[in-house]
Design a protein around this ligand. Structure first.
Ligand code: OAD
Length: 247
């Protein structure tokens, strides 16, 4: 894949990198996105029925079963060449932070180290009342769906993901915000840049003078403002970018 000359030189002189990823980053591994016209989860299902504390309060089994389906899907997928290219790129820079909106651990599975999960992790469970972690052994040993929580008499086990109306993990967001305000280059990969506050990160980087590179086959609200908007998939573009750094 041919890359704009300016992009390569911006990368070669950069020291601090922020990478924001979204569902499109996992699409080529077989994890459906949320808003893709044909295959997006939110095209078939209503987020307010499945990804809110209210939905879980009113229909705990429906919500739990839906996340169990998604967990099964995540257990069956593997990272692609784009994930491994990001692992390679991480070695090249003094400061590299990968802030992901994805809950599937594919970056960590590929070997990425400096990762913050802005929307949590679907493979983990927490208590609906206290937020305390619940071991998978407890989940597996329970016949109830969702299982009761060992941490609170009224608590239920719920997936450790951020639902609409809930705040993001403060440490993860603070690290991402700090990096957005201080990076030389910010990548926005496979995200529709529609869900706040994560969607504001590339714009904060723009305002702080960073070079912003978007990778997305389709245009987003960021495309016109980004210095480089590569209309390509993550698995196509990222290996080409990693190759530039090898030269
Ligand atoms: P979306 O489904 O909104 O957007 C996915 C983006 O990835 C779209 O802009 C696609 O064009 C692009 N895309 C699709 N395939 C791609 C590929 N192979 N390579 C690169 N890009 C590709 O997903 P997000 O932006 O991640 O939050 O959604 C943000 C949040 O909304 C999610 O974290 C989730 C969802 O509701 C919560 O549930 C809190």
């Amino acid at each position: 894949m041919e890359l704009p000359a300016g992009l390569s030189s911006a990368l070669k002189t950069a020291k601090k990198i922020l990478v924001l990823t979204g569902a499109g980053m996992s699409a080529e591994s077989g994890v459906p996105t949320f808003r893709d016209a044909r295959t997006g989860m939110w095209k078939k299902l209503r987020p307010e029925d499945l990804a809110t504390p209210e939905a879980f309060r009113d229909h705990p089994k429906v919500v739990w079963d839906w996340y169990e389906e998604r967990r099964k899907n995540v257990r069956g997928v593997s990272p692609h060449a784009g994930h491994y290219a990001l692992v390679e790129m991480e070695q090249h820079f003094e400061h590299f932070l990968l802030a992901t909106q994805n809950v599937d651990s594919l970056h960590q599975q590929a070997g990425s180290k400096q990762v913050v999960e802005l929307h949590g992790n679907i493979m983990l469970s927490i208590c609906s009342e206290t937020g305390k972690r619940i071991d998978e052994e407890w989940i597996k040993s329970s016949t109830l769906r969702p299982p009761a929580s060992p941490h609170h008499p009224k608590g239920l086990a719920r997936p450790a993901v951020v639902w609409f109306g809930e705040s993001l993990p403060i440490d993860a967001m603070n690290r991402a915000m700090a990096s957005a305000g201080d990076c030389d280059v910010c990548f926005s990969i496979g995200t529709s840049t529609l869900v706040q506050p994560a969607a504001s990160l590339p714009f904060i980087a723009l305002d702080s003078g960073a070079t912003v590179i978007e990778i997305n086959p389709l245009p987003t609200a960021l495309s016109e403002k980004a210095h480089y908007s590569l209309q390509a998939t993550a698995a196509e573009a990222l290996p080409a970018i990693a190759a530039v750094l090898r030269d």
